[in-house]
Design a protein around this ligand. Structure first.
Ligand SMILES: O=P(O)(O)OC[C@H]1O[C@H](O)[C@H](O)[C@@H](O)[C@@H]1O
Length: 447
C-alpha cells in the first residue's frame, strides 16, 4: 500500500493563513482534476505529447529483453553507468535504495576529472560493463565520459571492447545509435515519446537496475498501481490529490516544495524529484504563450538527519515551504537498543528499536511543523521494496503531469537549459557556434 495523510494541510490544524480546508478544496477541484486526468490520458496516445512514460510499466517485452541481456552477462562485477540528469538520477536513487544483490553500479554524471580517473583506476575493465545512456545521444558530459571509457576499454581489451559496451539511446536521434550500429554494439531504446526525466522505467533505469540485482518486475508492478490510481475520479486519484496539495500550497505562497524521506536508503530520491519538478514545472510561459514564471522550488532533505540541520528553518523560517515526508511502516531488519549501566539517563531508549526511534522522530517532526503552522503531508509506504518504490516514483511522475495541467504549462520540455549548452559549445569552438562565441568574447566570458 501507498497512502497519503493530508491532515497537516488542514486549516483546522494549522490555521487559515497557511492551511486549506482540504476536503472542501478537493471537492471543489474535482471537476478540474478529472478534466486534467481525461486530457492526460487522451494525450497519452499521441506520440508528440511526450506521455509515453505512462505506458512503460506495461512493457513486458522490454522487461524480458533486459532480463535476457542481464542473464547473458558473465563475469560482470561492475557497471559504469555514463549518463546525466534523467539518464542517471532515477537508477541512482533506486540503486541506493534497492541495489546490492548483483553488480556494483558506478555513475559518472559529472565531468570532474579526479573522481573519474580514480574510479577507472579502481575498476577492472575485464569485469566491467559500460552502459552509456543518453536520450538525445549528444549530451556533452556523457559523450566526454564515453570517449574516455572507450579508450580505457580498448587499451585493456583490444577488439573485445565491443562485448563490454551497451548503449541506451533514442532509436533515431544523436550520434550513439549510428555508432552502436556501426560497431554491432548491444543496445536498448528509449522510446521517442519518453523524456529523460520520465524514463526511469524504460531501459534507462531498468537495465542498470537489473544488472544490480534489483527486482525490476516488482518496480513495474508498483508503477502500474500508480497508473491505475491516476485513472480514478478525484476522490480516489492519489496523484491528482498530491498535485492539488502542491498547487494549493504554491497559491498560498509556499513556493518551496521539500521532499523529506525518513530513510537513508531513500536519500537520493529527492535528487531525482528535484529534476522532475524543476524542469517540468519551472516555466516562463504558459501554454497560451503568456509570461507566468511559475514553478515550486524543489528542496531535498532526509530524515532524521536533517532534523539537525534544516528543520530549524522549516519550523521558524519564512512561511514559504510545503514539506512532504515519506515514511515506511515496516523495517526489513531492526536493531534493539540494549541497556547500559552508567547510561541510565538513556533508559527511555533501552529495549526500544532503531526503527521505533526513526518512526517516533518522523511523527514528532511532522507534528512539530504543524504546531508551528507549517503545512506538510506524509506519504506512507508499506515498506521500502521494489514494488512500493515503483509505485512512488510513478506516482510522482503522475503528480508532475497533473501539476503541468494545473499550472497550464508544458511539463515535458525544458527550453531553459538550452542556452547554457549552446554557450558551452561556443566556448569549445564547435562549428556552427561562431556567433555565440563572438558574443561571449565581447562579454569577456572565458572557459
Ligand atoms: O539523456 P540525455 O539526452 O543525455 O539528457 C540528459 C539531460 O540533459 C539535459 O540537459 C536535459 O535538461 C535533461 O532533461 C536531460 O535529462
Amino acid at each position: 500500500m501507498l497512502q497519503v495523510d493530508f491532515a497537516n494541510l488542514d486549516a483546522s490544524r494549522i490555521g487559515p493563513d497557511q492551511g486549506v480546508e482540504w476536503t472542501r478544496e478537493l471537492e471543489a477541484a474535482a471537476p478540474r482534476l478529472e478534466a486534467a486526468r481525461d486530457a492526460l490520458w487522451e494525450r497519452a496516445g499521441d506520440p508528440a505529447a511526450m506521455l509515453g512514460w505512462v505506458h512503460l510499466p506495461e512493457a513486458t517485452d522490454v522487461l524480458r529483453s533486459v532480463q535476457r541481456f542481464v542473464l547473458a552477462q558473465e563475469g560482470v562485477r561492475d557497471v559504469l553507468v555514463l549518463g546525466i540528469g534523467g539518464s542517471a538520477l532515477g537508477a541512482k536513487a533506486l540503486d541506493a535504495a534497492l541495489g546490492g544483490a548483483g553488480a556494483r553500479l558506478h555513475f559518472v554524471d559529472n565531468v570532474e576529472p579526479e573522481p573519474v580517473a580514480a574510479l577507472l583506476d579502481r575498476l577492472d575493465p575485464a569485469a566491467t560493463l559500460v552502459n552509456v545512456i543518453s536520450k538525445s545521444g549528444t549530451t556533452a558530459e556523457t559523450m566526454a565520459a564515453f570517449l574516455i571509457a572507450l579508450d580505457w576499454l580498448r587499451r585493456a581489451l583490444g577488439p573485445r571492447w565491443k562485448d563490454r559496451v551497451v548503449v541506451t539511446t533514442d532509436p533515431e536521434r544523436g550520434v550513439l545509435r549510428p555508432y552502436a550500429e556501426r560497431h554491432g554494439l548491444a543496445s536498448f531504446e528509449i522510446p521517442p515519446d519518453v523524456g529523460g526525466r520520465f524514463s526511469v522505467f524504460s531501459p534507462v533505469g531498468l537495465l542498470p537496475l537489473a544488472l544490480a540485482g534489483v527486482d525490476v518486475a516488482g518496480l513495474l508492478a508498483g508503477a502500474r498501481m500508480a497508473g491505475a490510481l491516476a485513472r480514478a475520479d478525484a476522490g480516489g486519484n492519489l496523484p491528482a490529490q498530491t498535485a492539488l496539495a502542491q498547487y494549493l500550497a504554491w497559491r498560498k505562497g509556499q513556493r518551496i516544495s521539500v521532499l523529506m524521506p525518513y530513510s537513508s536508503r531513500l536519500a537520493l530520491l529527492p535528487s531525482w524529484f528535484v529534476q522532475l519538478h524543476a524542469e517540468s514545472l519551472g516555466k516562463a510561459y504558459d501554454r497560451s504563450g503568456s509570461r507566468v514564471h511559475v514553478g515550486p522550488t524543489p528542496l531535498p532533505a532526509v530524515g532524521a538527519t536533517d532534523q539537525h540541520a534544516q528543520v530549524q528553518l522549516f519550523r521558524e523560517g519564512p512561511f514559504d515551504k510545503l514539506v512532504v515526508f515519506v515514511r515506511h511502516r515496516e523495517a526489513d531488519r531492526d536493531l534493539i537498543l540494549p541497556a547500559e549501566e552508567g547510561l541510565e539517563e538513556l533508559g527511555y531508549l533501552f529495549g526500544k528499536s532503531l526503527f521505533q526511534l526513526l518512526r517516533a522522530e518522523a511523527a514528532a517532526t511532522a507534528h512539530a511543523l504543524a504546531e508551528a503552522r507549517r503545512p506538510n503531508y506524509t506519504i506512507v509506504l508499506e515498506q521500502i521494496d521494489a514494488y512500493h518504490l515503483g509505485w512512488l516514483l510513478q506516482h510522482l511522475m503522475w503528480q508532475t503531469a497533473f501539476l503541468g495541467e494545473l499550472f497550464d504549462v508544458n511539463a515535458f520540455d525544458q527550453p531553459g537549459v538550452e542556452l547554457g549548452k549552446r554557450y558551452t559549445y561556443a566556448l569549445l569552438g564547435r562549428p556552427g557556434y561562431e556567433e555565440l562565441a563572438a558574443e561571449l568574447a565581447r562579454a569577456g566570458v572565458e572557459p
